[in-house]
Design a protein around this ligand. Structure first.
Ligand code: HEC
Ligand code: HEC
Length: 234
């Protein structure tokens, strides 16, 4: 963990700071791929993710969504110290370029996870994700994230290719208020109705879904959301 952080910071400095010395052959070329080298130890060169279950896949998520997350890390609305530190002084423009680079990548999705929970728990996860629980105020996750969970441009992320551990940590962060999005923060409203058991079941179900044929997010406005989200302009 510390080793990869140090490596990330080292490469990051080379890739992002204005060169004070004349350009030498050792310096990384200034291409979009070179500019995101600092991110590769944790997210993979194409944002495909790594074997660490807590480092999320970035590839193919809507650029608007990724940009919102980079702003949130830079401004401290989302917390993970190595990322808060890396992005601290980055101007909006450079965050936008990083978001666009990862949004365009299409590396294959990882092998689907093998659920480690019982059939009953998995079935409970499937019900919540595909139908919600109206009596408890929980909308179907697919009503916003799409029936194939590929998300929608510009602000709704796909939910495939993420490991159970990451998914439950994010839902937990919304429940406890350490992750927030633009108001109205619809994920905070949704996560607020979930119990610990719901979160585990949902994470197990989502992380064991097979890859869709086309992982690209749906076009903006291709379906109506059950209620408004601040990060998804109409
Ligand atoms: C030391 C490891 C590390 C490095 C280096 C790193 N990240 Fe991250 N990144 C993470 C972790 C862990 C998370 C999830 C944090 C959380 O929400 O708890 C994350 C989350 C993200 C997210 C949000 C993903 C989502 O689906 O919501 C984006 C976008 C992102 N990183 C982009 C970058 C970019 C761009 C760089 C390079 C400038 C970078 N990261 C460098 C570890 C890292
Ligand atoms: C009303 C629309 C809506 C509903 C319903 C909804 N989501 Fe979301 N979800 C969003 C939006 C918008 C975001 C992006 C928020 C942001 O910008 O951080 C998001 C983000 C997420 C993320 C973060 C992904 C990442 O890569 O970090 C997870 C996980 C998630 N939702 C899971 C769920 C689950 C599970 C359900 C069902 C219980 C659900 N969502 C229902 C709109 C919705």
């Amino acid at each position: 963990m510390f080793a990869s952080t140090a490596l990330g910071l080292l490469v990051f400095t080379t890739a992002f700071s204005k060169p004070t010395l004349a350009q030498t052959q050792d310096q990384a070329p200034d291409t979009p791929a070179a500019r995101v080298l600092a991110c590769a130890p944790c997210h993979g060169a194409q944002g495909q993710g790594t074997s660490d279950p807590y480092f999320p896949r970035l590839a193919g998520k809507p650029a608007g969504y990724l940009f919102n997350q980079l702003i949130a890390f830079r401004d401290g609305r989302r917390r993970y110290p190595p990322m808060n530190y890396l992005l601290e002084f980055q101007p909006d423009d450079s965050l936008k370029h990083m978001a666009e680079y990862f949004a365009e990548q299409r590396p294959p999705l990882p092998e689907q996870g093998v659920p480690t929970v019982s059939k009953e728990v998995l079935a409970h996860g499937e019900t919540l994700v595909t139908q919600g629980a109206a009596d408890r105020g929980i909308p179907a996750c697919s009503s916003c994230h799409g029936v194939h969970f590929t998300g929608m441009d510009p602000g709704i992320p796909g939910l495939l290719g993420l490991r159970a551990k990451y998914i439950s940590a994010q839902l937990g962060a919304w429940r406890y208020g350490t992750r927030t999005a633009n108001a109205p923060d619809c994920m905070q409203l949704v996560a607020g109705h979930l119990t610990e058991e719901d979160v585990n079941a949902i994470a197990a179900y989502l992380s064991s879904r097979p890859a869709p044929q086309d992982p690209s997010p749906a076009k903006k406005g291709s379906y109506a959301l059950p209620f408004a989200c601040g990060s998804q302009p109409n």
